[in-house]
Structures are given as structure tokens and as C-alpha cells.
Design a protein around this ligand. Sequence first.
Ligand code: PAF
Length: 285
Amino acid sequence: MSKVLRRPAEFRQACEDARAAQRRVGLVPTMGALHRGHFSLIDEARAHADFIVVTIFVNPFQFAPEEDLERYPRTFESDLAGCHERGVDLVFAPEPNAMYPTGFQTEVSVKELGKPLEGGFRPLHFDGVTTVVTKLFNLTGRCTALFGRKDYQQWKILSRMALDLDMPIELVGCPIIREADGLALSSRNRYLSTSERQRALGIVSGLRDAFDAWQHGERDPDALRSLAEESVRPAFDHVDYVTAADPETLGASPPSPRRLLIAVAAQLGSTRLIDNVVLGEDPRP
Ligand code: PAF
């Protein structure tokens, strides 16, 4: 079985020992409920490292009070089995009070990149993410860290943070893993009823329509955005955003861009899904 550590100091020591033994550390931070998307990060970690660490921690600071912290899926035993099957060396699964002991009061915040898209709807979310990931990076030390690009904004924010704060971390953003019908894998997909699962494909159709139009030469960001929105809106109970943005700044795209991010967040019942495609870069969703 992969070794499991729960105490931050022990985890730090294990990573230091691995580096002292000339092993390159690969870090896959997760909140558990592992699926093929996470496993693809573990597999990719092997290309960069030979001591693979998975962290499993449902970080309370990145959930707003009305969000799904309590019901967020916790599947530790099967997560552990999945890590073991893939030869993960170490699983770090701390308790909340080990990460945030009494008196904890520090926050890490990336200013501009956190404002658009998710930032408009989950204003405290990214400060929770950057704070916990800073702690995980500090405990792990020099490593390659792998993140999925389904959380595209998270990946951009964390890359900026590592650069700005001189962290000795190489960040790798990995492709979105999809079901055969195109739905992006997410730990939250398990909340969907059968009919919601079908309606969720509205996001896939929207992203595909934008992708196809781009392939046929459409370069007007708003036209591409509207095409995506036409499929998303009727399928979902509520749409937070369908946005066309510059893939680097996440702000407004210049006209006729060479690459364009189309990002979607929408709600089916009480389940909120996000997805995206970078036109001019990603394959068809
Ligand atoms: O993407 C996630 O699962 C989480 O936001 C992360 C990066 C593990 C931080 O809690």
C-alpha cells in the first residue's frame, strides 16, 4: 500500500528524505474522491518525477458557507486503493486542525487573476485555494506539481503565485479528461441524477459549437461566446457565466485572437459544473 502520513512535519521530512536520496518529487494535490482525471495527473507525474506524492485534503477554506463542504464526497479507502494501484509512493491526508491549528490567520491572495470568471461568483474561493496550496508547496519543497486544466483559472492563479513568490515548484497543467460523450470528469458529477447527467451535455455541445466555428474561421470572441451560450442556457437551471477571455490574463480578449478561452459555469439542481476549452490550442471537447 502507498504510505499514508497525516502529520505535516512527517510529510515534510518524507519529501526531504526522498530528495536526499536523489529522487525527484512529483506532487498531485487533490481533495480526494479520485477519478480518472486525478489518475491522469498521477500518470503524468511519472514523466517528471520518481517519488509520487498525492495529497488528499478537503480544504474548508475554499468553500463558502452555502457551498457543499459537508456533502463533498469523501472516499478515502477507494482513493487509497487507486493510489496504490498506480504506484503512488506517499499519500498525505492531514486533518483540518493539523493544517489550520488554533490561531491560524494568514492568507495568500493572487489579486487580478482571481477576480474574473469564478471570482465573480465565489469571491473567497481562490484565497482558500492559494493559501492551502502554499502550505502544501512549503511542506513538499522543490517538486513538480500537477493540476488539471478543468480548473483552468486555478491553474493560472497557482502558476502566477509560484512565480511571484519564488517558489521552487514547476507547475504542469494537464489536459481535461472527458467521458466518451464529452462530459468533463469531476468529483461533483456523482451528484447528478440520470436526467441531469444528460442535460449536463449542454456544456459539451456549447464548447463543441464554439470549437467547430473556430475551426471554420470564426474569430469574433463574442460570436464564439454566444454560440456556446446557446446550448448551455436551455439545458441548465442556472448559468453563472459563459465567457470568452484571453487565456493568459483571463480578461477581455482582443479582437481576432490567436487563442481564446471559452469558460462555462452552470448549475443543475444543486450541482455546479465548470468546463472550458482553449480555442486554437485544445482538441475538440
Ligand atoms: O483542485 C482541487 O482539488 C483543489 O482546489 C486543490 C488544488 C487540491 C486545493 O485544495
